[in-house]
Design a protein around this ligand. Structure first.
Ligand code: PHE
Length: 364
């Protein structure tokens, strides 16, 4: 190989030497870019078959004494070139100029990554759930696209009943071919998960159900067509209205502070009987009366009641243990946005959904 690679020296004059060595230098450079470091080293610096060895014996050792010096000088230059090429091929490092171009100023501050934080809705939702988890409640979820049966019928809103008008509903289009009970809609409350839970497990039940709900409501300062609720359901033997009162009184104190008082007003929900609205003493004025509580000293916060026997009758179709003669229970439901707005003094519900970091950052 080396014989063909190394040009023959026609004579030892300067021109011939220059021609031969510059050919060798070009060859070395080509090899350095074409070969890996180790292959390059073997080819040029290998002890037995390296090209430099051959050059040395064919040019240098064979040179008449008068030319030894000039050949030797050129050989030295070639050798240094080869060694230099090997050094950079083995990653001895980029040139100073390349280093300078890439240099970074380590005294500059780095790019800071923002650390995520819980959204105030998630945070409030978890707080509510945790209050009940501490009382032994488990957590359940259900679908947001719900059937008419679970959202309304099984919750004792019969088809065509005017109670349905209280929850303006977004329905999925093109459902005419289905029976009324199978038609799909966006759930208007988390209450359908009460029925889904009871169908799955016999009493006793203690469950909280957080989730997103949808209503065909226009957005204003306190309403949004999509919002969140936390539902609660407790079913066992001998559950009474005073259990309901004690549970919610405790929960409101846990959420808003131990000085908060609660009171229960008669209300109506199709799935509870009797039903009540729960009011808490105004957390802004302590009950004295202010603009926030419209001078009444009280703020209405959630709905609740004793589970209606008609609801148990639907559950008993799958789980006969829901016999209203043997068991009883209570349910409650609250709006997460409303509670978060009160806790954090927020006056526009839209701020929760706007994704404005100046707003959200306050809760980090
Ligand atoms: N589902 C009711 C609503 O969305 C709230 C509620 C839940 C009331 C459970 C009583 C019991 O308005």
């Amino acid at each position: 190989m080396s014989n063909e690679t190394i040009p023959n020296l026609e004579s030892y004059d300067d021109d011939s030497l220059a021609k031969a060595f510059s050919a060798l230098e070009n060859l070395a450079k080509d090899d350095a870019s074409a070969l890996g470091a180790e292959d390059f080293r073997l080819r040029w610096l290998g002890r037995k078959q390296g090209l430099l060895n051959d050059v040395s014996s064919r040019y240098l050792k064979a040179a008449p004494p008068a030319f030894k010096k000039s050949v030797g000088e050129r050989f030295k230059v070639l050798k240094e070139l080869v060694e230099g090429l090997l050094e950079s091929a083995s990653g001895a490092g980029p040139s100073d100029a390349a280093l300078a171009a890439e240099a970074i100023d380590i005294t500059l501050p780095g790019t800071r990554r923002l650390i995520g934080a819980e959204h105030p809705i998630t945070k409030t939702l978890n707080e509510i759930v945790n209050v009940f988890a501490a009382l032994g409640y488990s957590v359940g979820v259900g679908p947001e696209v719900e059937t008419d049966f679970y959202n309304f019928e099984s919750m004792n809103f019969p088809p065509g009943h005017p109670a349905r008008d209280t929850q303006d509903t977004l329905v999925v289009a093109n459902q005419e071919r289905r029976s009324q009970r199978d038609r799909l809609l966006l759930r208007t409350h988390t209450s359908p998960v009460q029925m889904r839970t009871m169908e799955q497990q016999p009493p006793p039940v203690r469950i909280v159900i957080p989730g997103k709900v949808h209503r065909n409501d226009a957005q204003d300062a306190t309403h949004s067509p999509i919002f969140h609720q936390v539902e609660g359901l407790c079913v066992d033997t001998n559950i009474t209205f005073s259990d309901l009162k004690g549970t919610l009184d405790h929960a409101m104190k846990a959420l808003f502070g131990s000085s908060v008082k609660t009171r229960f007003f008669p209300s109506f929900f199709p799935f509870t009987e009797p039903s009540a609205d729960v009011q808490i003493s105004c957390i802004f004025c302590g009950g004295k009366g202010c603009r926030k509580c419209k001078q009444s000293g009280w703020i209405e916060l959630l709905g609740c009641g004793m589970v209606d026997p008609a609801v148990f009758a639907f559950a008993a179709e799958k789980q006969p243990a829901y016999d209203p003669k043997k068991i009883s229970g209570f349910a409650f439901g609250m709006g997460v946005e409303r509670i978060a707005m009160m806790k954090y003094g927020i006056s526009e519900i839209g701020q929760f959904y706007a994704g404005d970091m100046r707003f959200l950052g306050q809760f980090a």
